[in-house]
Design a protein around this ligand. Structure first.
Ligand SMILES: O=C(CO)[C@H](O)[C@H](O)COP(=O)(O)O
Length: 237
């Protein structure tokens, strides 16, 4: 169990995210190379890592997106890339849904391709999420990063797999969301996902697709930290 002091006015969900993020930061040791995921929960982990760096801890962070890179720079976390390190000690990343077997849907931040690369390179994959992310089964739309010229082909193949694909539109711009890699995101809804690992493999094999947001392949090296209002704890499965 790990508890943080919360500020007055913080929402229960933010306090839960902070508890998860701070717990994960305690798993990081001096000298480690640390994958830095994307999203508000990981940013709490970065906040705590920044405190530890100010207290003398040495780490190097590998960001998974421009958003993560910018936040890490604000916090003064030394950064490198996957060109510098192809083996990481630990990666800390968020999730949008977590099923009872520890399978995930990620990618609301459209960063799942770099998140997957960093997770693949890491010895330990630490997932941080508030309790609302735990679901009986995976049901959220699956984000799929695709090169723009292959979007219609990918959408057709996703439909053939039983999905309902929709190209994600920008909130602050007209037209499709453009990922950090210059691609599009298709959000694909499935009525059910009975075998997440098989669907992950099938989608990732579509020509032109870089990566989808189902993360089932890393479960064996995962630690899932669930943040609640009072504390954070490791999810058992
Ligand atoms: O997968 C992600 C980004 O691609 C995020 O980790 C996921 O969306 C969770 O975000 P948050 O911690 O803000 O709830």
């Amino acid at each position: 169990m790990y508890m943080t002091s919360s500020s007055v006015g913080e929402s229960d969900q933010n306090v839960s995210k902070k508890n998860a993020g701070y717990y994960a930061a305690e798993l990081v040791r001096d000298g480690m190379v640390v994958g830095l995921g994307t999203g508000s929960t990981v940013f709490y982990a970065m906040e705590r890592l920044a405190e530890k760096i100010r207290d003398g801890m040495n780490i190097v962070g590998i960001p998974t997106s421009y958003q993560a890179e910018c936040r890490a720079r604000e916090y003064g976390i030394p950064l490198a890339t996957l060109h510098d390190y192809t083996e990481l000690d630990i990666a800390i990343d968020g999730a949008d849904q977590i099923d009872p077997k520890g399978f995930l849907i990620k990618g609301r931040g459209a960063a799942q391709t770099q998140e997957r690369c960093v997770a693949a390179a890491s010895r330990l994959f630490v997932v941080v999420a508030d309790v609302s992310k735990q679901t009986p089964s995976l049901s959220a739309p699956v984000p799929v990063e695709v090169i723009p010229s292959a979007a219609s082909l990918a959408a057709k193949m996703l439909s053939a797999m039983g999905g309902t694909p929709v190209v994600r539109e920008g909130v602050k711009k007209d037209g499709p969301v453009i990922t950090d890699n210059g691609n599009w995101i298709i959000d694909c809804t499935f009525a059910e996902i009975p075998d997440p690992l098989a669907l992950e493999t099938d989608i990732n094999n579509i020509p032109g697709v870089l990566s989808c947001g189902i993360f089932a392949e890393f479960t064996e090296k995962s630690k899932i930290v669930i943040g609640k209002k009072e504390s954070a704890e490791i999810m058992l499965f």
